[in-house]
Design a binder for this molecule. Structure first.
Ligand code: SF4
Length: 203
């Protein structure tokens, strides 16, 4: 795929960021996606606690995340916190980021050009955090790592090696909420997070 000028600019800015703080400062001024830049309240860079062993990658900020400037703070975030705790993981020891740093208006799905534009930021963030395992939540994030055409059901339960990263995939907490407490996605997400926790080196 050809890299657009906007994506190339992001890549240069991201690769020139020696730290998370510098990347956050540069991201705050990003206008690579004009519609998103015009509509957003904040650029949601994400959480990166020191020495995070696990990074969770979601899709994009929603309305509450856009207002708060943090990822996964709404209903889906509260469910994620609960499921992480059940798996023996604390939210504040896990890096949490999204494929897009800016909220798509009306919570529409991210467009391919926006995903391509933001790729440089996410790649650099993962390089800065260097987690032992990356867990992609939902189809947008799974496709980011494994390519379009990936099927969540088939890709779960396997550690994928992607660009020297160990990547696993699961359902997005929003899907878990949509299908309800008796639905398959919440059971799958619960067991996937427990499995992910078992993959981490606790030393
Ligand atoms: S989504 Fe990413 S690339 Fe697009 S404007 Fe926001 S920070 Fe920039």
């Amino acid at each position: 795929m050809r890299t657009s000028a906007a994506a190339a600019e992001v890549l240069a800015a991201a690769n020139g960021s020696p730290s998370w703080a510098e990347l956050a400062a540069r991201s705050a001024a990003c206008t690579a996606c004009p519609e998103l830049a015009a509509e957003r309240t904040t650029v949601v860079v994400g959480d990166a606690p020191p020495r995070a062993r696990l990074a969770l990658v979601g899709e994009a900020p929603g309305a509450e995340e856009d207002r708060a400037g943090r990822p996964f703070v709404g209903k889906a975030g509260r469910l994620l916190d609960e499921l992480l705790a059940e798996a023996g993981l604390r939210r504040d020891e896990v890096a949490v980021v999204n494929v897009l740093q800016c909220r798509p208006p009306g919570n529409r799905a991210p467009r391919a050009a926006e995903v391509a534009n933001c790729r440089g930021w996410l790649t650099r963030k993962l390089d800065l955090v260097r987690p032992q395992v990356v867990c992609a939540l939902g189809l947008t994030a799974a496709s980011w790592f494994l390519g379009r055409g990936v099927r969540l059901g088939a890709a779960r339960g396997v550690v994928h090696e992607v660009d020297d990263r160990r990547v696993v995939v699961s359902y997005h907490p929003s899907a878990a909420i949509r299908f309800g407490p008796a639905g398959m996605p919440i059971a799958a997400l619960r067991s996937d997070l427990a499995w992910v926790a078992s993959l981490l080196d606790h030393g």
